[in-house]
Structures are given as structure tokens and as C-alpha cells.
Ligand binder design. Structure first.
Ligand SMILES: CC(C)(COP(=O)(O)OP(=O)(O)OC[C@H]1O[C@@H](n2cnc3c(N)ncnc32)[C@H](O)[C@@H]1OP(=O)(O)O)[C@@H](O)C(=O)NCCC(=O)NCCS
Length: 123
């Protein structure tokens, strides 16, 4: 499919759903999040809030790029203290290259929910 259109994806998650899943299955954190993502979240007041937003960003990117086979580490969202920095690896990077798009994400979180939007566009 050509990359000459705007692609968008979004996702929303209740933060405590992720927190409960991480409590039940501690290894899930390593499966879902890169070292840098976990370190960034661990340094914040409520890590689950930042992890949930990053989970949403990964799902949002998967939607925007229509990824079919990928793993969560291939979409990495780095905290900068400003706009988040998206790094694509592996199958996700290959898909973006195939489409000729670059991808940006925007995150948000309240005490209850986290959400993210991903936009993929040429240029
Ligand atoms: C940057 C700003 C928009 C973030 O808004 P917020 O409601 O505090 O934060 P949200 O929950 O919506 O989003 C948090 C995410 O935004 C992202 N973010 C932070 N700064 C950003 C920026 N400058 N641009 C884009 N995204 C940013 C981060 O990824 C953050 O997620 P993380 O902490 O998990 O890494 C806000 O702090 C700001 O500076 N607003 C300017 C206007 C202002 O000062 N208003 C106050 C009026 S009282």
C-alpha cells in the first residue's frame, strides 16, 4: 500500500488495569517495555501512569502502520521531559520504511486513564 496518505492510530487504557497485570505477572514489564522505558517510568511518582501511556503509544503505532507481526520492544517511546521521542526497531521500522513514512506520537494521562495518538506521514 502506498504511503502517500496520512495514517493515524490511537489507544486508551485504564492505568490500574495495566498495574494489576504487572503485579500479577512481573515479567510482563520486561516483555512490554524496553529498559529505557522502564527506567524512565521508575523515576516518576506513579510508574504505571507512564507505562500505560507508552503501552497505548505502541498500540497506536501498530494501528497507524497496520502492523501485523511485531513485538512491543520494536516501538519504543523515550521520555525527554518534552515531546516524547519515538524509536522504531525491527519489523516496525521496516514497515515504516516500506510505507515511506515517519511516525510521531503524543501521550496523555490522568489519574485513571492513559492514551496516545500516533500519526504517520510522508516527509
Ligand atoms: C507539556 C504539557 C502540555 C503537558 O500537559 P500535561 O497535561 O501536564 O500532561 P499530559 O498528561 O497531557 O501528557 C503527559 C505527556 O506529554 C508528553 N509531553 C511532555 N511535554 C511535552 C511537550 N512539550 N510537547 C508534547 N508532549 C509533551 C510526555 O510524553 C508526557 O508523558 P510522560 O510523562 O509519560 O513522558 C503542559 O505541561 C504544558 O507545558 N502546557 C503549557 C501550557 C501551560 O503551562 N498550561 C498551564 C496552564 S495553568
Amino acid at each position: 500500500m502506498a504511503g502517500d496518505r496520512l495514517r493515524i492510530g490511537m489507544d486508551l487504557l485504564e492505568i490500574d488495569r495495566l498495574e494489576r497485570a504487572l503485579e500479577r505477572t512481573p515479567r510482563l514489564a520486561e516483555r512490554l517495555f524496553t529498559d529505557a522505558e522502564r527506567e524512565y517510568a521508575a523515576g516518576r511518582g506513579r510508574p504505571g501512569q507512564h507505562l500505560a501511556a507508552r503501552f497505548c503509544a505502541k498500540e497506536a503505532v501498530a494501528k497507524a502502520l497496520e502492523l501485523t507481526s511485531w513485538n512491543f520492544h520494536e516501538v519504543e517511546v523515550l521520555g525527554t521531559g518534552g515531546p516524547p521521542e519515538l524509536r522504531l526497531h525491527g519489523a516496525a521500522a521496516a514497515r515504516a520504511a516500506e510505507l515511506g513514512v515517519r511516525v510521531e506520537v503524543s501521550l496523555t494521562h490522568t489519574g485513571r486513564d492513559a492514551a496516545a495518538v500516533a500519526v504517520a506521514a510522508t516527509g
